[in-house]
Ligand binder design. Sequence first.
Ligand SMILES: [Zn+2]
Length: 248
Amino acid sequence: MNDEQLLRYSRQILLPEVDLSGQQVLLKSNVLIIGLGGLGSPAALYLGGAGVGSLTLVDDDAVDLSNLQRQIAHGQNDLSRNKAESASDSVLALNSGLKVKAVPYRLRNEDLKLQVSLADVVVDATDNFESRFEINEACINLRKPLVSGSAIRMEGQIAVFDNSGGGPCYRCVYASGGDDSNLNCVENGVLAPVVGVIGAMLALETVKLILGIGSSLNSRLLLLDGKLMNWSEVKILKNRTCPACSEA
Ligand SMILES: [Zn+2]
């Protein structure tokens, strides 16, 4: 690490849980973030700020005026630009020493498998069940930890699926998926800071997984009611008939 990096990451290196060795691990790590909307924006910026050395940002959507209320990796000058490319520029403006790869199309099949295989942690910040199920299956097959969040109205959810062997998966919770309007805010709306809270927590859980710090949200679904400012937690159990992870 050079002098500039020592100063840049000094407040993090001060933590005994991180220290110089942990910062070096972060700098060598690779995180795949799928979805650069309201959740992926803060997650990408915080992971970039924290010094995750390689970030792969995936989104096939373009920045719309209605996104700027909450998707903080994009600015007015980014309207109509691809979100992965816009977010990539924002992360690099914060920390030009990182390797940031923008993928401006939807990852499927072999492309998805390749990017998941290259990642230390996968962050799912997408807004539809089809993508979530594909990402979940790739993470199970490649045994990669998955950090998953969603937010709508004044409510948010976050969970971690370890996938190193035998635990429950995303689909154990949402077996048959359902209405995508429960995952996106087109019909139901969302209060801007709620996505910020969940997005920052996606970054926090990702850093903890990379460094092996503390207890993760593995197999725990944390639910935020932002209106009443209540947090609750649900233990996630393995579904023996899960279409994604059951033996059958
Ligand atoms: Zn499952």
